[in-house]
Design a protein around this ligand. Structure first.
Ligand code: PLP
Length: 405
């Protein structure tokens, strides 16, 4: 039995009422709620350890530095990286991808080169590549989709040329829920010595991620989508790539020695961590990883899958509903439209029923253009959600339909 009641009691925000109704939170793909264990880790840090790290010789500074570096090892184990020095703390997925696009672009991309992404990418894994390619006069190519919202792998295989320098694809689509065949993509790209960056923003809260097993060159994710605070995230990079890339930002900590006319940069991972980092965020991230590990990623995955099956069958019973992303290999996230009702109108009524869903383009405007729709309503579930909450969503959708269609 999944200990759902105990888990729910650990997330204080789930006790909130909106419009006098118990709050149903189905916007987990945007950000997850935080358990007491994470909230406490942050307040504990400020109450007992707060100091700047890597700088002071005094007692608490050393303690805070140790806790920060231990957390790096916890992240390394979480994604099974080979070395802690391959784990860079960033502000989140967006910053991690910008770092690689900027540094990799400067070093390895020139006129006429090609970068491959897919049409399903979040703007965070789209705009940095688009802008870098525009600046460097390189070509950005897009893997198309099949009807069910999976990547057209045949098209992808035909896309690689001797000019391809990098492939950057999301592990899981934040709009369609599709889990992409990353291993297959990586094996194929590596046959031509092309590195692969994975946008793992939606994956880390749903799958056990093993960067060595994937053989990923870069893997990016955000803490706030996996029960940790906002403003903290990870860039994993294989040592050989991180050694080659130039630093992204300049300042304190990323230097070894500074002279009037030049600077010697620090070793990994500090070369990419300029300035005072988000230490409280790192403490929260460590607590979130421990929380997920204690629950067990297998158990989390099994409950999330049960919710997906339940919600899919219930939503499919609603007349006039169209679900986008129907492959079997998807996470518990459902994007849909009802007849020709605009998603914003439906979203407003669903909100008034006390249910938080996301409406709009979900930071994937090119995908909306590709699908020829204005946006979708997205319900994204996680392990603290229940089947009763899904039943309430069905009632709310029926109500929206009754009022708007
Ligand atoms: N990539 C995907 C697939 C996402 O879903 C998101 C956020 O929704 C991001 C990237 C950006 O994440 P962040 O805003 O935490 O940097």
């Amino acid at each position: 039995m999944f200990p759902i009641e105990k888990i729910r009691s650990e997330f204080p925000i789930l006790k909130t009422k909106v419009y006098n109704k118990p709050y149903v939170y189905f916007d987990n793909a945007a950000t997850t709620q935080k358990p007491m264990q994470v909230i406490r880790a942050i307040t504990d840090y400020y109450e007992k350890e707060n100091c700047n790290i890597h700088r002071g010789m005094h007692y608490l500074s050393v303690k805070a530095t140790e806790a920060y570096e231990e957390s790096r090892s916890v992240v390394r184990d979480f994604i099974n990286a080979d070395k802690s020095s391959e784990i860079i703390f960033t502000r989140g997925t967006t910053e991690s991808i910008n770092l690689v696009a900027d540094s990799f672009g400067k070093k390895f991309i020139s006129e006429g080169d090609e970068v491959i992404i897919s049409v399903m990418e979040h703007h965070s894994n789209f705009v940095p590549w688009q802008q870098m390619c525009l600046e460097r006069k390189a070509k950005l190519k897009f893997i198309p989709l099949l009807e069910d919202g999976s990547l057209d792998m045949k098209a992808f295989r035909e896309m690689i040329t001797e000019k391809t320098r990098l492939v950057a694809v999301s592990h899981i689509s934040n709009v369609l829920g599709t889990v992409n065949p990353m291993k297959e993509i990586i094996v194929h790209a590596h046959q031509s010595d092309i590195p692969v960056l994975i946008d793992g923003a939606q994956a880390v809260a749903h799958l056990t991620v093993d960067v060595q097993d994937l053989d990923a060159d870069f893997y990016c994710f955000s803490g706030h989508k996996m029960y940790a605070p906002m403003g903290i995230g990870i860039l994993y990079g294989k040592e050989k790539w991180l050694e080659e890339l130039p630093p992204y930002q300049m300042g304190g900590e990323m230097i070894k020695d500074v002279y009037f006319d030049h600077t010697v940069f620090n070793e990994l991972p500090f070369k990419f961590e300029a300035g005072t980092p988000n230490v409280e965020g790192v403490m929260g991230l460590r607590a979130a990883i421990n929380y997920m590990n204690d629950l067990g990623m297998d158990k989390i995955g099994a409950w999330q899958h049960e919710l997906l099956l339940y919600a899919t069958s219930k939503l499919n019973e609603i007349e006039g509903i169209k679900i986008f992303g129907t492959t079997a290999n998807k996470i518990c996230l459902i994007s849909f439209l009802i007849h020709n009702i605009h998603p914003y109108d439906a979203g407003l009524i669903i909100d008034k029923m006390g249910i938080a869903v996301r409406t709009g383009h979900h930071c994937a405007e090119p995908l909306m253009e590709y699908l020829n729709i204005p946006g979708t309503i997205r319900a994204s579930f996680t392990f603290y959600n229940t089947k009763e909450e899904i039943d309430r969503l069905v009632v709310a959708i029926e109500k929206a339909k009754e009022m708007l269609f």
